[in-house]
Design a protein around this ligand. Structure first.
Ligand code: C5P
Length: 215
């Protein structure tokens, strides 16, 4: 029913986790299967959009109709998104980007010690950067374990977004690694929409319909 309603639109989607290395065999990462972002990419492509999918390392197949840009670290994701953003009409930041990266990465594998300290520094916030010079419709995700509505609404304002999609990652059987999710959508114009538990595919369709109706 939504056939081709995104024809001619260029949609940039980020998905998956990032990896922040501190030696050649070790890294820090976030929990993310990439399923939500890949479902968005698949649905957008089915609806006729040209999809650019910037993805951290995941174990699932990319939708064949999307252009896949694989990245590893938050810094690589930042560079790729900055390069592709000019071409996008819609940007959806679904990736679980690491908020911190090791200050240094050792050239050789670090030998085992009783304890060690890794200094972490904040990564560049890609979404906030996009919000500063907003040209495309901009949607972000918020994953929280508490105060979800308040944190999501704060982010919507602070990062200058058009829409934020919030999911409670403490809820059992949905979210991480699951094919299911449940989300709340908060829009810049104050509208709120609660989408109850459903497959990530179905939710992706509903989220893109909301975006379609907001541009
Ligand atoms: O503030 P917080 O990191 O919780 O915001 C989450 C949103 O910001 C997500 O859409 C995520 O993709 C994005 N993000 C980002 N760059 C970062 C951290 C988060 O684009 N370094």
């Amino acid at each position: 029913k939504n056939r081709d309603d995104l024809a001619g639109k260029k949609v940039l989607i980020t998905a998956g986790p990032t990896r922040e290395a501190f030696d050649p065999v070790r890294y820090l990462t976030n929990r993310s299967s990439g399923r939500m972002g890949y479902a968005l990419a698949e649905n957008a492509a089915e609806r006729g959009a040209e999809v650019m999918l910037v993805s951290g390392p995941v174990a699932i197949e990319a939708p064949p109709k999307a252009d896949l840009y694989p990245v590893e670290s938050a810094a690589e994701m930042y560079d790729r998104v900055m390069e592709l953003k000019e071409r996008a009409d819609i940007i959806i930041m679904c990736a679980a980007v690491a908020d911190y990266a090791p200050a240094n990465c050792a050239v050789h594998k670090m030998k085992k010690q009783e304890s060690m300290t890794v200094e972490l520094v904040k990564t560049k916030d890609i979404l906030a950067e996009l919000g500063r010079e907003k040209k495309a419709f901009l949607a972000g995700f918020a994953a929280e374990t508490q105060n979800l509505e308040q944190y999501a609404k704060d982010k919507l304002v602070r990062k200058n977004l058009d829409m934020i999609i919030a999911n409670d990652v403490s809820a059992p059987e949905i979210g991480f690694d699951s094919s299911y999710n449940a989300v709340s959508i908060y829009k810049k114009n104050g509208e709120t929409l609660h989408l109850p538990k459903d497959t990530k595919r179905k939710l992706a369709e509903k989220i893109l319909t909301e975006i379609r109706n907001s541009i």
